[in-house]
Every structure is written in structure tokens, then in C-alpha cells.
Design a protein around this ligand. Structure first.
Ligand SMILES: Nc1ncnc2c1ncn2[C@@H]1O[C@H](COP(=O)(O)OP(=O)(O)O)[C@@H](O)[C@H]1O
Ligand SMILES: [Mg+2]
Length: 217
């Protein structure tokens, strides 16, 4: 059994809306391996965020299964799985607003009880020491997005999941971020899964998967 592989089997997911049941995912099968960067593309509303929420155990599986190294996430338990194995870069950043950029990254480092400097990660995403010392809500959208990425790479989890991580970034910064994600996959042997609308991100991915009519192919 390989030791960093995420397998999705017959995954289905529905929302209950005012107008009834909306089935968003209609049976997804996929396998994500260590050492690869995956891009997931698809139209707005096709279920990309829903899929990410399930593979990062933010939402409960309704039908089908997700296995990490052969063991069902249902068995591992959602919170255990999330804490130990997954790091998420949210579309909405989810930073702690009353902390500085540096403190946000420090939280992730502390969690793994490691002794490294948050500045290393802030520098990697192109933030200066001065920006690192600012409260998050004194940073621009693009800078906040980079703090969110720095936080994800500072934590040591084997799976990194990102929802439109370069949506608010200029081209140069986007290139830099793509390079970071590629290195996390290729040099640190992580599973990197990125939902994106960016052609450039997709071009640099090892595999591009498209979500369409509830199916991933
Ligand atoms: N919490 C929710 N309750 C009801 N419907 C939802 C909810 N979240 C998403 N949806 C619906 O599910 C579909 C897929 O949404 P989403 O996964 O966010 O797509 P994407 O990320 O590809 O834009 C959309 O039609 C959306 O309106
Ligand atoms: Mg989305």
C-alpha cells in the first residue's frame, strides 16, 4: 500500500434547496497520488468547491467513499483527517483578522510543534517583513491570499488543497505561487490539488481534471 494516496470512489453529493434536491456530484471516481500537482477545472457552479470540501472532510460524505492510504475517511474521522493530513487554502482566505500575517503563519507552525521561522514562508510568497508585521485586514486581497498560501505551506500536512489560490494575484506572483505548489508536490512528495480558472495553473499541473455534469474526468 502506497503511503500518501487519496482515493475517491462513487462520490455523490446533494444539497436541499428551497426548490428541492439538487444533486451536484453524481458519482466521482479519482485517485490522487503523492508527488503530483492536480488542477481541477470546471464552470462556475459545477461543484468544485463542494468536491474540495468533501476531500478535505469539511463536509460529511453522503454517498460513496474517500480513502486515505486505504482507510476510509469515515473511519479515520473527519476532524482527525483534517487535522493530521490536510491543509486548505480557502477561496475566502479564512485568516485570523486580528492577528498579523506572521502570527497567522506561526499558528500553523505551532500546530506541528516545529521550530522554523514564519518569515521564510512569507518571503516564499513574496511578502516583506514589514507586510508580515501588519494585521491581516491591513493587507490587500492579493496579499491576504498569499498569507493564506504561506500558512498552508508552513503546516506540514501531506495533502494540500486550494480553492482558486491565484484568483487575486498578478501574473508574476501567480508564477511564483505555481512554482511553490509544484515544489511541494515534486520535492516534498505531497498531494497538491488546486481548483482553478487559471490557464497558467492548469498548464503547469501534472494532471488536469474537469468537473462537468457532476462527474470528474
Ligand atoms: N450550502 C449550499 N446549499 C445549497 N446549495 C449549494 C450550497 N453550496 C453550493 N450549492 C450549490 O451547488 C452547486 C455547486 O456549487 P459549488 O460547489 O460552490 O460550485 P463551484 O465551486 O464549481 O462554483 C451550485 O449550484 C451551488 O449553488
Ligand atoms: Mg467554488
Amino acid at each position: 500500500m502506497k503511503n500518501n494516496v487519496l482515493k475517491v470512489e462513487g462520490l455523490e453529493y446533494s444539497y436541499q434547496n428551497a426548490s428541492g434536491t439538487q444533486k451536484v456530484l453524481k458519482g466521482i471516481d479519482a485517485e490522487f497520488e503523492a508527488g503530483k500537482m492536480y488542477a481541477i477545472v470546471g464552470e462556475s457552479g459545477s461543484g468544485k468547491t463542494t468536491f474540495l470540501s468533501l476531500i478535505s472532510a469539511l463536509d460529511k460524505i453522503q454517498e460513496g467513499d474517500i480513502r486515505y492510504n486505504g482507510k476510509s475517511v469515515r473511519k479515520i474521522g473527519g476532524s482527525e483527517f483534517r487535522l493530521k493530513y490536510v491543509n486548505i487554502v480557502f477561496q475566502s482566505y479564512n485568516l485570523i483578522k486580528y492577528m498579523t500575517a506572521r502570527e497567522n503563519v506561526q499558528v500553523a507552525i505551532d500546530f506541528d510543534k516545529r521550530k522554523v521561522s514564519p518569515d521564510k514562508y512569507l518571503a516564499q510568497v513574496g511578502l516583506t517583513e514589514e507586510e508580515g508585521g501588519r494585521l491581516v485586514n491591513k493587507l490587500s486581497g492579493g496579499q491576504q491570499q498569499r498569507v493564506a498560501i504561506a500558512r498552508a505551506i508552513a503546516s506540514n500536512s501531506p495533502i494540500i488543497v486550494a480553492d482558486e489560490p491565484t484568483g487575486n494575484l498578478d501574473e508574476d506572483t501567480e508564477e511564483k505561487i505555481i512554482e511553490i505548489f509544484r515544489e511541494l508536490a515534486h520535492k516534498e512528495d505531497k498531494i497538491v490539488i488546486i481548483v482553478t480558472h487559471s490557464k497558467r495553473v492548469a498548464e503547469h499541473a501534472d494532471e488536469v481534471l474537469r468537473l462537468r455534469r457532476g462527474v470528474l474526468s
